[in-house]
Ligand binder design. Sequence first.
Ligand code: WT7
Length: 590
Amino acid sequence: MNYPTIKKSEHKITPNLPDYEEAYSNFDWEEMKKEIHYFEDGTLNAAYNALDKHKGTETENKTALIFIDTNNKEQTFNYGDLIKQTNQFANTLKSLEIKKGDRVFMFLPRIPELYISFLGTLKLGAIAGNLFAAFGKEALEDRLKDSKAKVLITTSELLERVNEVKDQLPHLKKIIVTDAAGSTPFKGTGGSIEPLSYHNLMSKASEEFECAHLDEDSPSYMLYTSGTTGKPKGVIHAHGDIVQQHLTSKWILDIKPEDIYWCTADPGWVTGVVYGIIGPWSNGTTQIVHGGRFDPDTWYSIIEKHKVSIWYTAPTAIRMLMTKPEILEKYDMSSIRYMASVGEPLNPEAIVWGKKHLNLPIHDNYWQTETGSIVIANYPSMDIKPGSMGKPFPGIEAAIIDPKGIELEPEQEGDIALKSIWPSRMKMIWGNEEKFKSYFREAKGPQGIQHWYLTGDKGKKDTDGYFWFIGRDDDVIKTAGERVGPFEVESALVAHPAIAEAGVIGKPDEMRGAIIKAFIKLNPGFEGSDTLKEEIQQFTKKQLAGHAYPREIEFREKLPKTRSGKIMRRVLKQEELGEDVGDISTMEEY
Ligand code: WT7
């Protein structure tokens, strides 16, 4: 089916970026830095830009955050409140002798303390790390151990999981608990770390703090993300990202101070950091944070009640909403003026649904944890071709290249690559220089030497310069927008006593894009059954995370392996898809 282009004249708004093509051809990052607050000595701080720069302006007394908890109770914070509380948090860290460059991790659900401790950490110049509250003990241990985190902020409920791993974490010095009453000791902690009360610490801390003056390259936050091999890697971002975080929020998400903006992503994910904390506040808007789970009625009622005007969400959520048209009918969605989506391919049907039921085009955009900001997007001032991710952001050069690094012609499929430098690009992979280098490809082309950053995705560009996503070039799985490395799942699986070997793939799924499927060889004496499948699923959830467990399990007598003993996921996937597996004569087993 051919989907007609959605003309830009149909947008209901006057966008912040009135002419994409014009901006693209006359763009200069240095010029754009004028939008950012630098201190007089030429340094900066991303948290200052998100909050403190609004001090003394009319924004100071405006609502920055409307927090809706799991019971739909609300709490609001204005910019002034957040400035003071992040100052208190920065002072708290200082009193605990935390210094610039130390890692401070948040293992928190979406509650105000997460947003406050994140930005307070940035103010001090320490490195903030966010962990999904859904993480199980192995996921938690891997990340805290690798980052050598010194401080962990968590809730009393999640503390139980922390307690299971904290003896493995020699670098962890302090645990701060957000919901502890007074100085009551915690049950079941033991060990040498006595958890501290967030509220006690905060009440003693001064509301005044001078943000650390930092270089553009000073690390600000880190997030673990999955690649093809090995355990998740710590991607390091820096304070200088702010220019791109600010500008993409303004030009792609079209955020204006008068908007009520809702990004549904969790800050355990880069979208929740860049477009759920820093970018929107840097643009002085009011943000909604919903602490509860996805639920169509709750989501629609939040939009209706708070008159949400910009909504940034993900394809899986949109597809789930599409299956329940009767729920949408009950609500008034007319406040939404702009809608965007990210994380996985947005199917054209979803765009057609948006046009029909919300009278809005949905703007797909593309980026990665490593790119630090959106790099390819649909802009309000540009026609939308349903199914396309759009065009590169001004200042970003994107191309489709071949394995030698030569740019391909329009319509040819190849690797999606970016010219290797832009402000929000990751600065390093924590403790893994080799991995960092593996993202780059140097190529001698007709125009001389080119340096490319490789996304790991396949795609094509059409004759109008629009980019189209084809798929991952590696084994990384995108399930409901979450990036999951098969190795991490496999190593969690083989920790189960019944499992000898495991191979994990992404199996295409209409709703979630892909689901995790595990092929398992059992140890002698174990019999495959539905009960065992269920037990394995629960086990993986506990080790890893709610979203990283195999929804499908298949027991096998043998798994396809190379002669060196590596399980061949490619073969498992091709068999699952009913494709020709090609020459498998080099395989040891099979
Ligand atoms: C991978 C990055 C996405 C925000 C940051 C989280 C896939 C992302 C799209 C899109 C098709 C997309 C790619 C990419 N992806 N956006 N609009 N269309 N695929 O990013 O968890 O680091 O994952 O998500 O495969 O490489 P992430």
